[in-house]
Design a protein around this ligand. Structure first.
Ligand code: AMP
Length: 115
């Protein structure tokens, strides 16, 4: 928990979000500025700033995040058409919140390569 982290505050229930999923390791909620008809953020409850801060002890957590992404994609009805799971790491990749998170995007044709 980091006191000045917006996603830690969301995990604590201090900032309201449209929650899609929560368990003892991760939560998923609707992005406040959606880039697709379906845009969720999958966020570990533990404060991990970036992908570069992942350690060996997080191996299971990262696998769990992808299983949650697949489960949510199926529930949202975007699994068959296709969806994207994105993690932005550091400024040049567009990271703006320094608490590890994965974007789950779907519901429209997603261009590739991304801009
Ligand atoms: P990134 O730019 O990859 O770090 O993604 C951060 C994401 O967090 C952006 O897509 C924001 O729209 C989203 N975001 C920031 N604050 C909130 C919030 N209070 N509730 C939901 N999403 C948020």
């Amino acid at each position: 928990m980091s006191t000045d982290c917006i996603f830690c505050k969301i995990a604590q229930g201090d900032i309201p979000v449209e929650l899609a999923y929560k368990d003892d390791q991760v939560m998923a909620f609707r992005d406040i500025a959606p880039q697709a008809p379906h845009h969720l953020l999958i966020v570990p409850l533990e404060h991990i700033p970036t992908t570069l801060d992942l350690e060996e002890k997080h191996r299971t957590l990262v696998g769990h995040i992808y299983l949650v992404a697949a489960k949510l994609a199926r529930e949202l009805g975007i699994a068959e058409d296709g969806f994207r799971v994105v993690n932005n790491c550091n400024e040049a990749a567009g990271q703006t919140v320094w608490h590890l998170h994965f974007h789950l995007l779907g519901g429209r044709d997603l261009s590739w390569p991304p801009g």
